[in-house]
Design a protein around this ligand. Structure first.
Ligand code: BGC
Length: 501
C-alpha cells in the first residue's frame, strides 16, 4: 500500500480525538435532525387510517373500505392515498440534488438550519390544510426540508466525531429518527379519537422542526467544512472546542488543510470527479447502500404498519398500538448498535441484521399464507396476528442495529473531502427515490402478491447480505482522511483506486 503506515483501528494519527462534553452535546443537537424525518415517517401511516382525514380528503377510500369484504390485502390500495405519503420523497429527492453543492458552499450547519425552517413551514401548512392541494404543498415543503437535513446531518456527525467513536456518534441520527417515529405513533394514538386529530398530528411536526432549527443555530460548523470554506481561524476555534482546550489541535487542522488543498487543486466539480474510475467503489456504495436499505422493506413496515396491521385483521386502535410497539423495539436496537458498531464493526452488524431480517420476512409470509388463505379472504385470528407482530418486532430490531444506522453512516464516512457532499447527495437522492417507488407501489403489491410481498423483500435481503460479504470493507476506527486504505486493501476494489500520496 502507498503512503506508508496503515491506519488501523484509530491507532493512526495522534489527533484521533477523545470524547469531550462539548462534542457529545454538539452531536446530540445535530443528530436531532433525524427527528424531522422520523416524525414524518411515523405520522403519515397513522393519519392515513384516520376516518375524518379520509372523509375530508380521500372519501372514496372509505366507501371502498365499507364495501371491501373480499380481499383483506386490497382495502388501502389507492394511488392518491399513497401519493400523499410519497410526494414528500420526490421533493426530498429534488432537494438532495442541490443540497450537495449548498452544503459544500454554505456549510453543514447552515443547511440544517435551512432544512429545519422549510420543514417548519410545511408542517404549519399541513396542519391547516383545507384541500388536497394544501396537503400536497405542505408535504413538498416537508420533503425539501428533510432533503436538506438528511444531507447535512450525517456528514456533520461523521466529521465532528472522534474517529474511534464515529460509528456510535453517527448512530445518533438514526436514534433520533427512531424517537421521531415513536413520538409520531404516540401522537397518532392520542389524536385518533378527535375529529380534527389529523390536524394536530400533522401540525405538531413544527415541534421537532423548531427544536432542531434552534439547536442548530447554537452549534458551530464542523472543522472540515470551515476549512473547506477557507475559514481557518474559525476551524481552529471549532476544533479546540470539540477536542478540548488542553488538546493540541494543530496536527488535525494541518491534516484537514492538506485534504482541502488537494480537493481545491483538482478544481473540478465534485459531481464530475465522483464518476472517475478511481472513485468507482465510492460511487457504487453511495448508490447500493441506500438502495438496499429500502429494499429491506423497512418503510413498508414503518409507513404502513397501522394500515398493514388493519389489513391483516387488527382493529384500528390495536393497529396503532402495534405500530408503537414496533417503533420502541426499533429504538432499543439502535441503542444496541451504538455500543457495538465501533467494537465489532459495520460488517458484523450488516450480516447479523441481514440474517435476522431474512428469517423474519420469510416467516411472516408463511404465517400470513397459512392464516389468510391463498385468496386473502380469511380474516386472521388474534393468535396469528400476535405471531406476525412478534416476527415484525424481531425484524425491526434487526434493521435497527444494521441497515438503519449503517446506511447513513457508511456514505457519510467513506468519501474523501473533495467528493464528500456530492457522494452524500447521491446517497440521499437514491434513498428518497427508492422509498418513493416502493411506497408508491407497495399497497398495490400487497393487494396482488398478498403474503408474497414479504418474500419479495426476503429475496432482496439475501442479495444485499451477499453484497456486504463480498464488497463492503470494514471502516471501523479508520480516520476519514485515511479511508483510502480500505479500498487499496480490498480484494476487488483495489484495481480501481489510485495509490494515495
Ligand atoms: C430509513 C428510512 C426509514 C427509517 C426507519 C431510516 O434509516 O432511511 O427510510 O423509514 O430508517 O426508522
Amino acid at each position: 500500500m502507498a503512503g506508508g503506515g496503515i491506519p488501523v483501528d484509530g491507532q493512526v494519527n495522534a489527533f484521533s480525538g477523545r470524547i469531550t462534553a462539548s462534542v457529545v452535546i454538539t452531536c446530540i443537537v445535530a443528530a436531532s435532525g433525524g427527528l424531522l424525518f422520523g416524525y414524518d415517517i411515523g405520522i403519515s401511516g397513522g393519519v392515513t387510517t384516520m376516518a375524518p382525514f379520509l372523509q375530508k380528503f380521500f372519501p372514496s377510500i372509505l366507501r371502498k373500505a365499507a364495501r371491501a369484504k373480499t380481499n383483506v390485502y386490497c382495502v388501502y390500495d389507492s394511488q392518491t392515498l399513497t401519493s400523499f405519503t410519497s410526494s414528500l420523497y420526490i421533493a426530498g429527492l429534488a432537494a438532495s440534488i442541490v443540497a450537495g453543492r449548498l452544503t459544500a458552499a454554505l456549510g453543514r450547519r447552515n443547511i440544517m438550519v435551512l432544512g429545519g425552517s422549510i420543514f417548519f413551514a410545511g408542517a404549519a401548512i399541513n396542519g391547516g390544510a383545507e384541500n388536497v392541494a394544501m396537503l400536497i404543498l405542505g408535504r413538498i415543503l416537508l420533503g425539501l426540508g428533510v432533503g436538506f437535513t438528511n444531507q447535512a446531518t450525517p456528514v456533520y456527525l461523521s466529521e465532528m466525531a472522534p474517529p474511534k467513536w464515529r460509528g456510535a456518534f453517527s448512530t445518533g441520527f438514526q436514534f433520533f429518527i427512531g424517537i421521531g417515529v415513536v413520538t409520531a405513533n404516540c401522537v397518532n394514538y392520542g389524536t385518533s379519537r378527535l375529529s380534527w386529530g389529523w390536524r394536530l398530528s400533522l401540525g405538531l411536526a413544527i415541534v421537532p422542526a423548531a427544536i432542531m432549527t434552534l439547536g442548530a443555530l447554537s452549534i458551530t460548523d464542523t472543522p472540515s467544512s470551515l476549512v473547506e470554506r477557507g475559514k481557518l481561524s474559525l476551524a481552529k476555534k471549532s476544533l479546540t472546542k470539540v477536542r478540548g482546550i488542553d488538546t493540541d489541535v494543530e496536527p488535525e487542522l494541518a491534516d484537514l488543510v492538506k485534504s482541502s488543498e488537494i480537493a481545491k487543486a483538482i478544481n473540478k466539480e465534485a459531481f464530475v470527479t465522483i464518476f472517475e474510475r478511481q472513485y468507482r467503489p465510492h460511487l457504487v456504495m453511495s448508490i447500493a447502500i441506500p438502495f438496499f436499505q429500502q429494499l429491506t422493506g423497512i418503510n413498508i413496515i414503518a409507513f404502513y404498519a397501522p394500515v398493514l396491521f388493519q389489513s391483516v385483521g387488527f382493529g384500528s386502535d390495536s393497529a396503532l398500538i402495534a405500530a408503537i410497539i414496533l417503533g420502541v423495539v426499533n429504538l432499543g436496537s439502535i441503542v444496541v448498535s451504538t455500543f457495538v458498531v465501533d467494537r465489532y464493526g459495520r460488517r458484523f452488524l450488516f450480516i447479523e441484521g441481514g440474517a435476522q431480517m431474512f428469517i423474519c420476512q420469510v416467516a411472516v409470509a408463511c404465517v400470513l399464507a397459512a392464516a389468510t388463505g391463498t385468496s386473502g379472504t380469511k380474516h386472521i385470528s388474534k393468535g396469528d396476528a400476535a405471531v406476525v407482530l412478534t416476527l415484525m418486532c424481531i425484524y425491526a430490531a434487526g434493521f435497527g442495529w444494521s441497515w438503519g444506522p449503517l446506511s447513513w453512516l457508511i456514505p457519510s464516512e467513506i468519501f474523501p473531502m473533495k467528493i464528500r457532499t456530492a457522494g452524500q447527495s447521491i446517497s440521499v437522492a437514491v434513498n428518497f427515490g427508492t422509498t418513493f417507488v416502493l411506497s408508491q407501489t407497495f399497497l398495490t403489491m400487497l393487494c396482488h402478491f398478498k403474503y408474497g410481498a414479504f418474500l419479495f423483500y426476503a429475496a432482496w435481503i439475501a442479495a444485499m447480505t451477499v453484497f456486504v460479504v463480498l464488497f463492503v470493507p470494514e471502516t471501523k476506527g479508520i480516520p476519514m482522511n485515511s479511508m483510502y486504505v480500505v479500498w487499496e486493501e480490498h480484494w476487488f476494489w483495489r484495481r480501481y483506486v489510485k495509490p494515495q500520496p
